[in-house]
Design a protein around this ligand. Structure first.
Ligand code: AMP
Length: 401
């Protein structure tokens, strides 16, 4: 896939109405509307500001949750709207319907320098079905389409793919950045390229492990998924997470890494506990010999030192998935240490954090600003790394087209 897509900078937006597909699907309290993590909204601000500063009128489109075509008040975009209004410092009116009379009237009246937010597109069942008539009706609201919802790029819906068939299209600045880091930086990395993978399930990361084995010099495996690799090597893991269906896969990956000369590092010690609770006290045990009744909850101190050393001196680092149950402070040390190690690499290194839990972890410890790129795409980022085509990116024109 070509990562060099036409962007808002390559098209004339002055005096035009733009359909801007954003990802405002932010975690929020369903009762109070309080937003827990506004990264996705903040990340789209550069594109919104660029368009407004260049004389465009901006119609914002997004989804929220999975209402499956039903109008559900707790999935309204109201809280995202209120937050965006504060961040932008201008009024952000919102439509009371999706593609109904209110949407048409508000979009028709929109002037350059103004924005309007259309209510959750998934309140209409046609959105997720990529219904052509729905996509065409969306397109009729505007002159141009800009896609900046990287977190939804793996979905072929009316507002991510369908609409691009009816309007001249371009990528937003967030999508441009995501493609530059997840695409170009990992395809032609500054070496050594160190990949760190964690999280709960091997199954979710199969494609990514496969793909990184083609690219990386060193791969560090931590988190719950590491125990399946321990079993694959004859280790005993007590009651730690085990993905029995993927023991054979883990063995194959270890072989493949040997063939390719990729250094594969596993935890040597583990912070284990007798119960899966926030109050549980951890004890350090060997990662390949966890006593019965204990479960691995985090990487241990020796592993932290081993992984930190492997990260030091990297040219490029890609990290996806926490090293332990970082939601419990007693078992967050491994994840925090990896975040610290990334943040301590010099200016010359490229550091990329894949979306999801590792992104929230760097955000939570206040280190996001010291990472070259924290991806906004969880599923989309992983599919992209696997080499799968993201439909909403594939349908955008190449810059040199
Ligand atoms: P994933 O979505 O696959 O990246 O997994 C993230 C989740 O993995 C987080 O909620 C972590 O609490 C969990 N996790 C990480 N390490 C472990 C572990 N050793 N045991 C159980 N869960 C873990």
């Amino acid at each position: 896939m070509n990562y060099d897509k036409k962007t808002v900078r390559d098209i004339d937006v002055a005096g035009k109405k733009i359909l801007l597909r954003c990802d405002f699907n932010v975690p929020h309290d369903k009762k109070t509307g309080v937003i827990h993590d506004d990264t996705r909204i903040v990340s789209t601000l550069p594109t919104i500001r660029y368009l407004l500063d260049h004389g465009a009128a901006v119609i914002l489109l997004s989804h929220m949750g999975r209402p499956h075509g039903e109008w559900k008040q707790e999935m309204s975009l109201f809280s995202a709207r209120d937050h965006l209004e504060k961040l932008l410092g201008i009024p952000v009116p919102m439509t009371q319907d999706v593609l109904g009379p209110d949407t048409r009237a508000k979009c028709a009246a929109l002037q350059p320098g103004e924005v309007v937010l259309v209510e959750n597109l998934r309140f209409c069942v046609e959105e997720e079905k990529n219904d052509p008539a729905f996509a065409k009706a969306l397109a009729e609201l505007a002159d141009l389409f800009v896609f900046d919802a990287f977190g939804a790029a793996h979905r072929a819906h009316a507002s991510t793919v369908g609409v691009a068939a009816y309007l001249p299209s371009a990528a937003g600045l967030l999508v441009e950045k995501e493609l530059a880091f997840l695409g170009m930086s990992l395809d032609q990395p500054l070496r050594p390229l160190v990949a760190i993978l964690g999280g709960a399930k091997v199954a979710d990361k199969i494609g990514v492990i496969n793909s990184l084995l083609q690219k990386a010099d060193t791969i560090l495996i931590g988190g719950g998924m590491a125990y399946t690799f321990q079993v694959a090597q004859g280790g005993h893991i007590g009651s730690s997470l085990l993905d029995e269906d993927h023991i054979v896969f883990a063995r194959e990956m270890i072989e493949k890494a040997k063939e390719k000369g990729v250094k594969l590092l596993f935890p040597v010690d583990t912070m284990a506990a007798g119960e899966f609770t926030a109050q549980a006290e951890g004890q350090v045990v060997p990662a390949h010999a966890i006593p019965p009744g204990l479960m691995g909850m985090d990487i241990g101190p020796e592993t932290i030192a081993l992984f930190t050393e492997a990260i030091r001196g990297a040219g490029t680092v890609f990290w996806n998935g926490p090293m332990g149950v970082f939601e419990f402070p007693n078992f967050a040390a491994g994840t925090n240490a990896v975040a610290q190690a990334l943040s301590q690499l010099g200016e010359g290194a490229v550091t990329i954090v894949g979306g999801g839990d590792s992104a929230s972890a760097v955000e939570k410890i206040g280190l996001a600003g010291r990472i070259s790129h924290v991806s906004t795409g969880g599923g989309a980022a992983l599919e992209f790394l696997e080499g799968l085509e993201l439909p909403a990116i594939a349908c955008l024109p190449d810059r040199n087209a």
